[in-house]
Design a protein around this ligand. Structure first.
Ligand code: GRF
Length: 218
C-alpha cells in the first residue's frame, strides 16, 4: 500500500463539515515530500464547507450516497465507485461523521484512518463527536485531553491508535477553548500519520501498530 518510488500514495479525504483537517492535510502535502497526494474529497453532505475548499484547489470532489432511510449497500456502492474512479489507495476520515460500510472497511483493511478529538478509548464511540466530546471531558473533570489518529474498523472509534498526543485541560476551559487546543493538535497529527503511511513506515500486527522509526530505536 505504501507509495512506491515513482508514485505518491493517492488518498481520498472524507469530510462532513468545515474541513479544517482537510485544509491542514492539503497544506502539509503541498509543502512537499509527504509521499501522498489527495486524489479526491468525498463528502457525506452537500452542506460540507470543505467542498468549497476542494473546488477552490481544483481537487475532484463528490457526494457519497447516504440515503434516508439508510441503505448500506447503496452507500458502499457509491463509495466503491468514487474510490475506484480516482484510483484511491488510502482513505482519511477528516471530520467525517458517518459510518463506513463494513464492505469498504474490508476492501481497504488497514488503509483507512480517522482523527478523533480525544484520547481513545476514552470519550469515543457513537455520538461522541465535536462539542459532545469536550463537554464530556470537562464534565468528568479530566486534567488532560488530546487527539487520536487511529485505524478505522467496523465500530466507531474502536481501531488501534497510530498516533496520540495530549493537551492540558485548563481550569477555565470551556468546550470551545478545549476544542480549539485539541484541533491544533489534530492538524499536526493527521498529516504526520498520512506521511508515515505514505512512506511505508507503519507496521500493523493485530492491534499493535509500530512506527518504523520506533523499531529502529529498539
Ligand atoms: C474535528 O474535531 C475532528 O476531530 C472531528 O470533527 C471535527 C471537525 O473537523 N472528527 P473538521 O474541521 O471538519 O476537519
Amino acid at each position: 500500500m505504501a507509495a512506491n518510488n515513482s508514485q505518491p500514495l493517492r488518498i481520498a479525504v472524507l469530510i462532513s463539515g468545515r474541513g479544517s483537517n482537510l485544509r491542514a492535510l492539503y497544506q502539509a502535502i503541498t509543502r512537499g515530500n509527504s509521499g501522498a497526494q489527495i486524489g479526491c474529497v468525498l463528502a457525506s453532505s452537500p452542506a460540507a464547507a470543505g467542498l468549497a475548499f476542494a473546488q477552490e484547489k481544483g481537487i475532484p470532489a463528490a457526494l457519497i450516497d447516504y440515503p434516508n432511510p439508510p441503505d448500506e449497500a447503496k452507500t458502499a456502492a457509491s463509495l466503491r465507485a468514487h474510490l475506484a474512479g480516482h484510483a484511491i489507495d488510502f482513505i482519511v476520515l477528516a471530520g467525517f461523521l458517518r459510518k463506513i460500510p463494513p464492505e469498504i472497511v474490508k476492501l481497504y483493511e488497514n488503509r483507512i484512518i480517522n482523527v478523533h478529538p480525544a484520547l481513545l478509548p476514552a470519550f469515543g464511540g457513537q455520538g461522541m463527536y465535536g462539542r459532545h466530546v469536550h463537554e464530556a471531558v470537562l464534565a468528568y473533570g479530566c486534567k488532560i485531553s488530546g487527539a487520536t489518529v487511529h485505524l478505522v474498523t467496523e465500530e466507531y472509534d474502536a481501531g488501534p491508535p497510530i498516533l496520540q498526543e495530549c493537551v492540558p485541560v485548563l481550569p477555565d476551559d470551556t468546550p470551545e477553548t478545549l476544542a480549539a487546543r485539541v484541533l491544533e493538535l489534530e492538524h499536526r497529527l493527521l498529516p504526520r500519520a498520512v506521511g508515515l503511511f505514505a512512506r511505508g513506515m507503519v507496521k500493523i500486527e493485530g492491534r499493535r501498530v509500530t512506527l518504523l522509526s520506533e523499531t529502529l530505536k529498539q
